[in-house]
Design a protein around this ligand. Structure first.
Ligand code: DQA
Length: 137
């Protein structure tokens, strides 16, 4: 099974960025432990701070992979383009957020991805990525 984790803007700073919200693990560490936990999966990882690059990646993998785990970060709340890409591809997308976006500012309560996602996971910290993988198994 071929799954990809796509992380959006500022998630390259995980470990350093607001650790009280996002924790102190880097995503590289998280990804290594996911590879160890799920050795039989073909698991890949992509991060970009650029909206169009995230859309291009969704197009590239979205007719071929078995699942996409997408944390579009701040673009979740603003990007009709990423929402349309999620709608336009065939591969099911699970939306993930590390924090409980509904317990935070009002602008984080809107998602342009959720209406077309297979499911949404938020508020479970970094463990949300593992739960999202399990949702495909
Ligand atoms: C986030 C939540 C977003 O509101 C925020 O802009 C992020 C990270 C999360 O994983 O909790 O960058 O997607």
């Amino acid at each position: 099974m071929k799954l990809i984790i796509i992380n959006g803007p500022n998630l390259n700073l995980l470990g350093k960025r607001e650790p009280e919200i996002y924790g102190s693990d880097t995503f590289e560490d998280v990804f290594k432990s996911l590879q160890t936990k799920f050795p039989t999966l073909e698991l890949s990882y992509y991060q970009s701070n650029i909206e169009g690059e995230i859309i291009d990646k969704l197009h590239e993998v979205g007719f071929d992979y078995d699942g996409i785990i997408l944390n579009a970060a701040a673009y979740t709340h603003t990007s009709i383009g990423i929402g349309d890409a999620v709608k336009g591809v065939e591969t099911p997308v699970v939306e993930v957020h590390i924090s409980n976006v509904h317990a935070r500012e009002e602008f984080r309560h809107t998602s342009y991805i959720a209406p077309n996602a297979k499911g949404v996971l938020f508020g479970f910290g970094i463990k949300g990525y593992e739960l999202a993988i399990e949702s495909f198994l």
